[in-house]
Design a protein around this ligand. Structure first.
Ligand code: GDP
Ligand code: MN
Length: 377
């Protein structure tokens, strides 16, 4: 799950990381009010869950409340990488002297968290990483010992941070480590972490990704999820505990097991088709879950055929068949459906579907070929 900049920075602040004063606005008038409260220059920042807002024109400095209103109106009318801007953050503007990159993420290969830092931070960090990788410092954190001051200091030295900022940086690094642990983050990033002309170190931007598998113990954070930007089908899928990702093809797929779902998509492609989605109904899905999955697939207007590929291990094929029948009754699908049921109670399942006017298949290859042909009409 992604957090917005303003949410990330609020958490940073709780852990002692300095952030600019500011608040979120949903209207240009509100932005003006906040600018008035803050006094002086402010920066208006689009709150969308993608990077590169600055380059897309979603971050602008305003000199006074009237300009803040004007710029907020512009930015609130924008879409950035397809996402409509519904909120802006109005922050006290900073006089930037230097932009630093600093983040903590997991290094899966090393099985340890890693700090990534660079004195050449800012909007071009990807380019820095690609062209001058020597400017990027990486240092692991021992998950048992945790982050110690001396390791944070090593990072500062390695990136050539002036000595006078050692203390500020160490405090911020230790703070970010606490944030990372406390929120079950997979990424906690500050870019830029700035040194201002007034010689202060402040987190100007914040980005956080939380581990979806840990959300059960991050109840408060999960409640702040911004579903505005998720496809409605994905929200619906989450409600039923289905793993669903919408794709651009025209063959809807309903499969149990992530590996089998991937394989089904591969085989569809092998026979010249394009999957409309990835969907894993999971092990032991009951008819309700299956019906929900089917509603989700069939509400996609691109779907011209549906392939059911169910391996009944823990999942019972008759339960899946019941779910299909319930959903068919409800949604009245007009597209052809190809079904392959194998395993536990497959025979019972097939019997239930006999009168449902479905195309049956014995093997996955057979099912995929039939689905591809059916989608072509
Ligand atoms: P991003 O493009 O989505 O990463 O958004 P950022 O919050 O990182 O802002 C992009 C860039 O805008 C920063 O790297 C800064 O150069 C600039 N910027 C952001 N806030 C301020 C500010 O308060 N003052 C000034 N002068 N520039 C800012
Ligand atoms: Mn940034």
């Amino acid at each position: 799950m992604k957090l917005h900049e303003y949410q990330s920075k609020t958490i940073f602040s709780k852990y002692g990381i300095p952030i600019p004063k500011g608040r979120v606005a949903a209207t240009p008038q509100e932005a003006r009010e906040i600018a008035k409260e803050l006094g002086g220059k402010v920066v208006i920042k689009a709150q969308v869950l993608v990077g590169g807002r600055g380059k897309a024109g979603g971050v602008k400095v305003a000199n006074d409340p009237a300009e803040a209103e004007e710029l907020a109106m512009q930015i609130l009318g924008m879409s950035i990488k397809g996402l409509p801007v519904r909120k802006v953050l109005v922050d006290e503007a900073s006089n930037i002297d230097q932009e630093i990159y600093f983040s903590i993420t997991n290094d899966r290969a090393a099985k340890k968290p890693v700090m990534i830092a660079s004195a050449a931070g800012g909007v071009d960090i990807e380019e820095v990483a690609a062209k001058t990788p020597e400017k990027i410092v990486k240092m692991h954190i021992d998950p048992i010992i945790g982050l110690k001051e001396y390791t944070a200091r090593d990072v500062a030295l390695a990136m050539g941070l002036p000595k006078q900022y050692m203390k500020d940086f160490t405090k911020i690094a230790l703070g970010l480590w606490e944030v990372f642990k406390a929120t079950d983050a997979t990424l906690a990033e500050i870019n830029p972490l700035v040194i201002t002309k007034e010689k202060k170190m402040i987190a100007l931007d914040g980005k956080m990704l939380l581990d979806d598998s840990a959300l059960f113990r991050q109840v408060e954070l999960e409640a702040t999820r911004d579903t505005d930007e998720d496809a409605p089908a994905e929200i619906e899928a989450r409600k039923y505990g289905l793993s669903f990702i919408k794709l651009d093809g025209n063959i809807g797929c309903m499969v149990n097991g992530a590996g089998l779902a991937m394989t089904s998509m591969d085989v569809i492609k092998l026979f010249g088709g394009e999957p409309a989605n990835f969907l894993d109904i999971g092990g032991g899905a009951d008819s309700k879950k299956v019906a929900a999955a089917m509603r989700i697939i069939l509400t996609d207007p691109n779907v011209k055929a549906v392939l059911f590929n169910i391996f009944g291990g823990i999942t019972r094929c008759d339960e899946v068949a019941k779910g299909i029948l319930v959903a068919m009754d409800e949604v009245k699908p007009k597209v052809p459906m190809v079904v392959r049921l194998v395993g536990t109670n497959a025979e019972e399942g097939r019997k239930l579907l006999e009168n449902a006017n479905m195309i049956t298949a014995e093997t996955l290859a057979d099912a995929a070929k039939k689905a591809v042909a059916a989608a072509k009409g």
